[in-house]
Design a protein around this ligand. Sequence first.
Ligand SMILES: [Zn+2]
Length: 335
Amino acid sequence: MEASTGERTARVHASATVFDGHCDSLACVLRAERSLGERSTSGHTDLPRLRAGGVTAQIFACGLHVFGKRSEQPTQLFLRMADAFHETLQRFPDQVMLATRGSDVVQAKEEGRIAAILGMEDGAPIAGELGILRIFYRLGLRVICLVWGPRNEIGDGVSRRTDAGEGLTPFGVSLVREMNRLGMVVDVSHLNEKGFWDVIEHSEDPIIASHSNARGLYDHPRNLTDRQLRALAERGGVVGVVFTFLHGDPASVTLATVLDHIDYIVDRVGPDHVGIGSDFDGLSSAPPAGLEDATCFPRITCGLLERGHREEDVQRILGGNFLRVFRAVTEHTPA
Ligand SMILES: [Zn+2]
């Protein structure tokens, strides 16, 4: 007899490596609002809620935008956020471990801990110096969202409703090459379209769009066109569907809208190039109904199974795809 959907969901979700490509929760730590080690009712994510949601790996982005427009020296601000990240790891070793390689994510899954990956959202802290990039690598930084909004030394981001601006600067090109050499993941979310095509041209490794949706479903410059989705997929990359930029009427979005974006991307490039990048604790609108916080991830599993996705494809979408790219880049293995 067929197992009930609830049983199938529990089984598939428990066996999956669930990988969230983006959250902004470190800002809450830095603002001293809460520690990530205790379950909170404010915000969307903390370690107990991630574990309750069956999440294995989380990219914790150090985003400068959450503190307003360049109110502080970006390098100093990044270092303070990286410190909050490492202090959290040290305070709660039973719940979380540092992940700098794909094998760390596998280990965290075996041990029932969260694999915490240090990310950067806006490469301004690198200040145009590859030496600073290399020091950040040594601090554990593994994912860089190159630009956020305003232009920096690397290139131009999308701001508000426009996707104007130039492509990568010569420094931006050298940064991508050095990230490839070191084993750091290039993240094109927030990058403008010209910059996207420059990354496609210059990156030898697969890339990610950690938190972006399909522009074919919702025409917003933060989302990727079908052409971009195909180029990213042809190079083995992954786009993490984000819980905002889903629909012209943000108040109407639900879990089903998120599943629509996943389905759209699967229809165009197959199930190997889509994941989840919640943007919890950084959402520009209320989270979709049904995805109120990090405990809700199993509902995505349930929804995908109900829509008829094969179990192995659901596992790829939940995190197998992100893990594949993270491992390929950080361990210099074929994607
Ligand atoms: Zn973002």
